[in-house]
Every structure is written in structure tokens, then in C-alpha cells.
Design a protein around this ligand. Sequence first.
Ligand SMILES: NC(=O)c1ccc[n+]([C@@H]2O[C@H](COP(=O)([O-])OP(=O)(O)OC[C@H]3O[C@@H](n4cnc5c(N)ncnc54)[C@H](O)[C@@H]3O)[C@@H](O)[C@H]2O)c1
Length: 335
Amino acid sequence: MSSISILGAGTWGCALAILLTGNGHDVTIWTKIENEARSLNENRKNMKNLPDADLPEQVKITLDLQEACTDKDLIVMAVASPYIRQTAKAASPLIKKEQIIVNVSKGIEDKTLHTLSEVIKEEIPQADVAVLSGPSHAEEVSRGVPTTIVVGAETKNTAKYIQDTFMNEYFRVYTSPDIIGIELGGSLKNVIALAAGVVDGLGYGDNTKAALMTRGMAEISRLGITMGGKIETFAGLSGFGDLFVTCTSKHSRNWNAGNLMGQGASMDEAMKKVNQVVEGVNSAQAALALAQKFNVEMPIVEQINLVLFENKSPKDALADLLMRDKRKEYKSLEW
Ligand SMILES: NC(=O)c1ccc[n+]([C@@H]2O[C@H](COP(=O)([O-])OP(=O)(O)OC[C@H]3O[C@@H](n4cnc5c(N)ncnc54)[C@H](O)[C@@H]3O)[C@@H](O)[C@H]2O)c1
């Protein structure tokens, strides 16, 4: 049995608390938000997004970061991506040397363009920082729906420890050394999911969405490999696996926001209606900045940015994508 703290009491944090308690671990959830702690203590469930999933009685809820960070075998970082740095900074003085922290949040920090595990490592250099990512909607994990995911870590030992801690008969965990590839796949797919929602909202067909997903992954892997990720990772669970689930599932907030925009809503209207952090919007800007920084061609990312921030009509954006210069599918493949 491990003693585990989950920082962040949102949908994913609560679903993982249920899973880890079911695996026999001693779980504490920390949140900075008083209302959230009160509601979880009163209702023993996340009323907003997981109203049918009961938190086991033994899960402790705390507002005290010191309590959450002391004497833990594992800390799970599950706050929404914009708050990762401030949470890591606040936790840092409380974290022991070589503390294992696994990041389960997805996104790219807008100011630095760093991945979230890089941000955590910058704030908590003494920690052993890993990442867990893949096609894993909290709503389904909380119901015990069979799910697969991958853990990336600096050492085989850390990856195996996290695999052993999370894995059970409905939650299969693979291991990988490719932390950067896993994080980039998990973050950048949100941008493509927004675009997939847009084409569905416009009323186009399955062909269009398959085109967008496949060419979207071509862009993600082109950037990811340039940044040090491995091609296998982009074909794997945190790459195509997560892209697939996010572009096709009704649970996906990024797809839902894009779908509303395809039906004519502005970005602000779509965000209000979805009423959750739509990380693809921030990631779209970050992806464009990374494409420019690493000089990688990302035409779908460019067009979704124009739709989101320059009021370009989604229909015109798609027409411009289809009528780009003719080219080979992969530059690397020669006759
Ligand atoms: N929901 C899922 O199915 C799922 C699955 C895999 C990964 N993720 C990732 O996990 C992360 C969290 O997602 P979620 O669905 O739980 O989001 P959520 O909106 O349900 O919860 C986010 C949580 O962040 C915390 N938070 C908010 N403001 C904060 C602040 N100022 N300081 C500290 N903490 C603050 C709160 O505890 C809040 O509940 C995201 O990056 C998401 O991409 C989510």
C-alpha cells in the first residue's frame, strides 16, 4: 500500500482517487478552493462532473498543502494546467528529495512554451517527475470502463512503481522513457480536437474528420519529433490513442467547444457554454508559437488559430487547408 496525495480535486483528480483507493492505497486529495473541499466533504462526490461516482469514505480531503505533501510515496499533479506552476512553486519547499511526482495534467505553459512536467521540474528540481497520459476520460475511469494509459519516467524503476500503483483489471498501464513525446501528444491533440469539433459542427462527414485527425497527427508528430519525442509515441496511446478519443467522444470539452463554433458560436460563447477550462484554446496558441520556434509546418494549427483569434470563418479555413499546394503525404518517403 502506498500513501498518495492528489493535488487538484477536479474531475480527473476525483476519478483517480477512486481508482487508487480501489487499488488499496491511502489517498488524500488537496484543493486550494474552499468551496470545492466543502462540497466534496458534504457530498462525497464531484457534483459538477462526476455526480454518479462516490468517493470512498477513506479518501481524505484537505486544504492544507503541507499535510498533502508530507510523508507521501507518490504525489499526483492534477490541477488544471494554468495553475501547475503556482501549485508546484507553493509545494516545492515541502517536497523531499527524489519525491516521485506524476503529472496527469495536459497542456503547454503559454509564457515559456514548456511542457507541464518541465514546469514542475523547474519549480521542484529535487523531485523525480513522471507523466501519465493516454485515452482516459474521467467519466469512464470512474465507472471502471476498461482503459489503457502510458507512464513516462526518467528511470525504469519509477515507471514500474507508477505502473504497479495505478494498474488494475480495468486500468492497464504501459511504461515508456519518452516523457516529452507523451506530454506533447497529450497536449497538442486538444488543438486538433477543437478543429474536429468545428468540422462536425459545420456538418461535414466522417471523411473530413478522418482527414483532420490523420493530418493533425502528422503535424503533432512533426513538431514532437523535432522537440525530441519518439515517432512510436505519436502512434501510441498518448498520441493517436488520445487524439482518437478526444476527437470522437461526447465527453471531450475541446470537441464540444469546436462543435459549437462550427455551428456559428463565437469562441467566447462556446467557452461559456462548455463551462470548463478548454485547454485546446491555450494549446492552440502555444502550438503555433512552437511551430514558429522550431520552424515546423503546422497548417491545421495555423488555421484553427485564425478561427479562434482572428474571426476567420471555419468554412474558409477548411477551404484554405484543402487548396494548399499539392504535395507528397510524407516528405521522408522517396520513390
Ligand atoms: N477530465 C478528464 O477526463 C481528464 C483525463 C485526463 C487528463 N485530464 C487533465 O487533467 C487536468 C485536470 O482536468 P480536470 O478534468 O480534472 O479539470 P477540472 O476543471 O474538473 O478540475 C481542475 C482542478 O484544478 C484545480 N484548480 C483550479 N484552480 C486552481 C488554482 N487557482 N490553484 C490550484 N488549483 C486549482 C481545482 O481543484 C479544480 O477542480 C487537465 O489538465 C486535463 O487535461 C483530464
